[in-house]
Design a protein around this ligand. Structure first.
Ligand code: ATP
Length: 361
């Protein structure tokens, strides 16, 4: 990538995916100008409605363009009633994860000042942890290839040494960066089920092997069932939580519920060379087209994208722009912004305007 200038592939997708993408692009433009960074965007067709119109959910030309870009910003894809011929969902975002080897599903979970948290304990205002969901194997390994006969069905869970090592190193490095930013020691806790399954005992052993490379970061393990309990009992106690694909899928929705819901949950799917940034929510058909979707998760995903681009050598201006975007979201809610999903009256455009105002756009 050229220093200080990047190309972003934009896949708005379906439903509120397109609405929150429009809001993010409207904020990114003045932000880029203000920080003197070059952001060119190319909007690409893909998704359920594209499938309905053309018979193709994710044209190869869109995939190639996304693969060639410096980063990919994705809204959400899928629509009830629009299915592949075999009855499965239209999910090009899953294809992207597998085809681009995006093994680290990064789901930050942070209480935003002014946004109601699910727990009454005042310590819940300090919730700030990151789930790192392995996103290319685990129980999703057999996606679309499970065995189904008249009397039984089987899916296969796969854990590999190579991916577990990468996921673990990614998590420890993330903990180091967070420790530097937050001014305290980092802590990585592997979430597994090593007491029952050999695959998870293996995962734990590989994780422990990587942990010794990072003596400055605390490491530990937690069984997934105990973690479900503790994410409700004391979510403020955690820092970086790597886990298997299916466990991460479930826990990240639980975690989103702690800090305002899906509208506040950003995510990134990161590999060695590529990364996709998208809100954790879906296309929300129940509210699509009404202008009330909360674009905060998308804005925070865009902030993660800017920070990741900086870490890849795009320039310090990108890191500063990402930090400012996150701070602007916080400031807008602290100043009283209230979206419909938390019982307020502010729609998509109002959030966009309030955040743009905070960044002086
Ligand atoms: P998927 O399977 O693609 O995740 P889903 O239908 O299970 O889709 P969502 O589309 O995320 O899940 O919607 C779940 C609920 O959360 C819906 O009631 C939806 O309206 C609400 N929701 C999701 N995202 C937002 C948002 N950005 N703003 C407001 N409400 C949202």
């Amino acid at each position: 990538m050229a220093a200080n200038s990047v190309r972003i592939a934009v896949l708005p997708g379906d439903g509120i995916g397109t609405e929150v993408t429009d809001a993010a692009l409207a904020v990114l433009e003045p932000l880029a100008r203000r920080h003197g960074i070059g952001l060119s965007t190319e909007t690409l067709p893909a998704g359920a409605f594209h499938y309905q119109a053309t018979g193709e959910a994710f044209p190869e030309s869109s995939f190639r363009a996304a693969e060639a870009a410096d980063a990919i910003l994705l809204g959400a894809m899928g629509w009830p009633g629009i299915r592949q011929a075999d009855g499965t969902e239209i999910a090009p975002q899953l294809d992207l994860r597998f085809r681009l080897g995006l093994y680290a599903g990064v789901r930050p979970v942070r209480a935003i000042p002014g946004v109601p948290v699910a727990l009454a304990d005042p310590r819940a205002q300090g919730i700030d942890f990151v789930l790192v969901r392995e996103s290319t194997e685990g129980l999703f390994h057999s996606r679309g290839a499970g065995l189904v006969t008249e009397d039984r069905a089987e899916e296969t869970l796969r854990i590999t040494r190579a991916t577990t090592e990468k996921l673990s190193r990614f998590s420890f490095r993330l903990a180091e960066r967070r420790a530097a930013r937050l001014g305290r020691k980092g802590r990585v806790t592997l979430v597994d089920k090593a007491n029952v399954f050999r695959a998870f005992a293996f995962m734990r052993a590989v994780f422990d092997g990587v942990a010794v490379e990072f003596p400055g970061v605390e490491s530990g393990h937690h069984y997934v069932d105990a973690m479900a309990l503790d994410l409700v009992r004391k979510p403020w106690a955690f820092d970086v939580l790597p886990t298997e694909n299916m466990f991460g899928d479930i826990l990240s929705d639980l975690a989103a519920g702690l800090v305002g819901g899906m509208g506040f949950s950003p995510s990134a799917d990161i590999g060695d060379e590529h990364a996709v940034f998208q809100p954790a929510h879906g296309t929300a058909p129940d509210i699509a087209g009404q202008g009330i979707a909360n674009p905060t998760a998308m804005l925070l995903s865009a902030a993660m994208m800017l920070d990741w681009l900086a870490s890849r050598g795009a320039g310090q201006g990108f890191a500063e722009a990402g930090a400012e975007l996150e701070a602007a979201v916080d400031a807008a809610f602290a100043a009283g912004l209230r979206t419909a999903d938390i019982g307020g009256g502010d729609g998509t455009a109002a959030v966009m305007r309030a955040v743009a105002e905070q960044i002086g756009g």
